[in-house]
Design a protein around this ligand. Structure first.
Ligand SMILES: C[S@@+](CC[C@H](N)C(=O)[O-])C[C@H]1O[C@@H](n2cnc3c(N)ncnc32)[C@H](O)[C@@H]1O
Length: 326
């Protein structure tokens, strides 16, 4: 019997992700899946950080045998596609060993590719007779049939420049991301725990406050920390009882929205599409996005502000369109 743990705006479940998703997530109920499946290379070989004290790594990591990796990937990707709303997005962090199987599963699913991002991290494991491995793949796919959330100016306004005149917004949206790993000496951690900077970037661009974010392979809960801190609702599944039990107390303490006040505020740029006529499709997408934000608990003013950024329109224009549709 699966005992879900509900707290505040989140749900954590110690079970297989497919079983859990079938039980707790109706079709089309999730806005964003951010996940980091086991890598199929043997948990004990995973990610031995240069200079890390392995005594603090929580045991119990459940691996997938290499010869089962293709079928395993197909099964969880199909489940992710089912739970995503039309327009909802999936971000998968993958090493290169089984990348072709993850890509195969994605290509056989109803999802469509948006980007293939390379996450480059400094200080890969030192080698002398070959190049140093220092990247992961971040696969960004989406379910067709609805408006995809992409918050163009969530981190940098379109007009913001660095000291040499380069666009900060453009640089932030290139598909190679250099983001350091987190070193937390003396603290409990999961194997391959993802940095908050990486997860926050994904979540800010691809979801809005009040949206439901799901991680099928919760591990130490780094995705939960990022999503909940950014005011998103969250659901996560972890198969290992040891990892789940070790991390649950910390997950229970997470405060929804606690990171929001310390985020960098992008400088507003003149709204790109201000004054342009609305298409029927844009109108429909606006109404659907507004209904979703309100259902997710966002107030009217905050929802309109979000939509102004997302649709590249002024607040007043957004309000007028919504009023016309009643
Ligand atoms: C790569 S780790 C995730 C690490 C996580 N991103 C973090 O930051 O801690 C993959 C996790 O999936 C768990 N796992 C393996 N098979 C699973 C399954 N079928 N359902 C749910 N969790 C599973 C493993 O125990 C492991 O904790």
């Amino acid at each position: 019997m699966i005992e879900p743990v509900r707290c505040k705006t989140s749900l954590f479940v110690n079970c297989d992700c497919i079983e859990g998703a079938r039980r707790f997530l109706p079709d089309g109920s999730v806005d964003l899946v951010v996940t980091d499946p086991p890598y199929g290379i043997g948990g004990d070989r995973l990610d031995r950080h240069y200079n890390r004290d392995e005594r603090h790594v929580v045991d119990g990591y459940v691996e997938v045998p290499a010869d089962k990796y293709g079928a395993f990937s197909a099964a969880w990707v199909a489940e992710a596609a089912r739970v995503l709303r039309p327009g909802g997005a999936l971000f998968v962090v993958s090493g290169y060993t089984h990348l072709y199987e993850v890509l195969g599963a994605l290509r056989s699913s109803p999802l469509v590719e948006v980007n293939h991002v390379i996450w480059k991290y400094p200080f890969g494991v030192f080698t002398q007779r070959k190049f140093v491995s220092s990247h992961y793949h971040v696969l960004y796919w989406a379910r067709p049939g609805g408006p995809r959330t992409f918050n163009l100016e969530c981190r940098y306004g379109l007009d913001e420049r660095d000291e040499s005149g380069g666009s900060l917004n453009y640089r932030d949206r290139e598909d190679v991301w250099t983001i350091g790993r987190e070193y937390k000496p003396g603290k409990a951690k999961n194997r391959n725990e993802l940095p908050q900077a990486l997860l926050e970037k994904i979540i800010l661009y691809a979801s809005n406050e009040g949206d439901l974010v799901c991680d099928l392979f919760l591990g130490g809960g780094s995705s939960a920390r990022a999503a909940i801190g950014l005011g998103r609702r969250f659901v996560g599944f972890e198969l290992s009882p040891a990892i789940f039990a070790a991390r649950l107390p910390e997950l229970r303490r997470l405060e929804p929205g606690s990171r929001l006040s310390s985020l960098r505020r992008p400088a507003a740029a003149p709204r790109a599409r201000r004054g342009r006529a609305w298409t029927e499709e844009e109108d429909r997408a606006l109404a659907a996005a507004y209904a979703r934000l309100r259902a997710g608990g966002l107030g009217k003013g905050a929802a309109i502000e979000r939509l102004a950024a997302e649709f590249g329109r002024g607040r007043f224009g957004i309000e007028k369109r919504l009023a016309r549709r009643g």
